[in-house]
Design a protein around this ligand. Structure first.
Ligand code: PMP
Length: 428
């Protein structure tokens, strides 16, 4: 369908002013003006179901965050060179959600900055420079993190010290022991670094492998590979930018599903429900390898307003029992999506943890050949049904279903009905 005049004009102005790095979702771009809970409204007043946004995690425009930010912004906003309670109260509260070995906190504004610092800490701790990440992972925009973000594609050079392990795709590993397989892949890359004179510093991973196609796998399978990391003198950086803050349901953090104790944990996106705030949490001795001799000051990081927003988010997660809610509604949604898999041949696999679900489309169930074209058409058809989501994975054929945690049982029908009708309409 042709774009209406307002949409065409905004799209043109964007192209001229922001340039080509700014990619839009949808052939018919969506112009959003308002949000509440798991819902969004466009400029025409049409309502959408948000099945993608994990930043507004506790719900779009949550009143507790608005109030906390408004109150603190009206009182004081400075930086971490003055004393303030909020950053300390928050640090105590967030560290209490982690294994007790993790007992130091630092703050910044984006996930990229957190991962960038984590990489610097890994190098200081190990005396090495080699970082391992998964094959389609994304870790950030900075020079260091973009050099360890293969998801950016062939236009972005990886650092010569970056090595890639394939992400554990249980659907295609069918039957193999994923834990042993992944540990062996890890050792292979560490050995390759050594063969090239690069000392191993650490492994950085998002434990639900979101950009790699949403690959939760069975709980606990990551442990063997992390043992390999430690045996070789490296650290494990848990990039919790996506799986953290009860997203995966059964635990507060993604690494919790695997019974792991990371050396460094990085956070971002959902931490402030939209206020730019991120964090890095680490074992004391690991952080000290850096902080005992390198100063760190992040102008906006950890300021009283960001900390007020982050505190409000943490309170809401507890007060609204969002972890239990996520586990319950996530399981219910997964069950309903599996019914669609029974009905539509093109749905090869449905997998998830909490409210983080991968819905994989294939041309043929036996060959498991990815169907990227169908995934792209389906995203557009869902948009016409006012359901917003997107794709992930090396083949671009996995729908990433990751709604705000404000998503309710009552929203499931809208999503599954839209998927069912759209797949039928597309003849698949
Ligand atoms: N790590 C992961 C796993 C992410 O998904 C992202 C953002 N997509 C980042 C890091 C970078 O976070 P930011 O965009 O806040 O810099």
């Amino acid at each position: 369908a042709a774009l209406d005049e307002a949409t065409r004009s905004l799209t043109e102005r964007r192209k001229d002013l922001l340039g080509a790095s700014y990619r839009l979702f949808y052939r018919r771009p969506v112009h959003l003006v308002r949000g509440k809970g798991a819902y969004l409204w466009d400029a025409n007043g049409d309502k959408y179901l948000d099945v993608y946004n994990n930043v507004a995690s506790i719900g779009h425009c949550h009143p507790a965050v608005i109030e906390a930010v408004y109150e603190q912004m009206g009182r004081l906003n400075t930086h971490t060179r003055y004393l303030h309670e909020t950053i300390l109260d928050y640090s105590e509260a967030i560290l209490a959600t982690m294994p007790e070995e993790i007992n130091r906190a630092m703050y910044m504004c984006t996930g990229s900055e957190a991962n960038d610092l984590a990489m610097r800490i890994a190098c200081e701790w190990s005396g090495g420079t080699g970082i391992i990440v998964t094959q389609e992972s994304y870790h950030g925009t900075s020079f260091l993190t973009s050099g360890a973000s293969p998801a950016l594609g062939s236009g972005q050079n990886l650092s010569p010290n970056t090595r890639l392990v394939p992400a554990p795709d249980h659907y295609r590993l069918a039957g193999q022991d994923a834990g042993a397989w992944f540990a062996a892949e890890m050792q292979k890359q560490i050995d390759d670094m050594a063969a090239h004179g690069i000392k191993f510093a650490g492994f950085m991973a998002d434990s639900i492998f979101s950009s790699d196609g949403v690959l939760p796998g069975e709980a606990g399978f990551l442990k063997e590979a992390i043992d390999v990391v430690h045996k070789n003198g490296g650290i494990f950086i848990a990039d919790e930018v996506q799986p953290g803050f009860v997203r995966t349901g059964e635990s507060f953090w993604g690494f919790g599903r695997h019974g792991l104790i990371p050396d460094v944990v990085t956070t971002g996106k959902p931490m402030g429900n939209g206020i730019p705030v991120s964090g890095l949490f680490a074992r004391k001795e690991v952080m000290e390898a850096f902080s005992n001799h390198v100063p760190y000051f992040n102008t906006f990081g950890g300021n009283p307003v960001s900390m007020a927003a982050a505190s409000a988010v943490l309170n809401v997660i507890k007060e609204e029992n969002l972890q239990t809610h996520t586990q319950k509604v996530g399981a219910e949604l997964l069950g309903e999506l599996k019914k669609l898999q029974d009905k539509h041949e093109s749905v090869g696999d449905v997998r998830g943890a909490g409210l983080f679900i991968g819905f994989e489309l294939v041309k043929d169930r036996n060959s498991k050949e990815p169907d990227k074209e169908l995934a792209l058409d389906l995203i557009e058809a869902l948009r016409d049904e006012h359901v917003l989501t997107s794709v992930a994975g090396p083949y671009g054929n996995v729908l990433k279903l990751r709604p705000p945690l404000a998503f309710q049982s009552g929203d499931i029908d809208w999503l599954t009905g839209a998927l069912d009708r759209s797949l039928t309409k597309l003849g698949r």
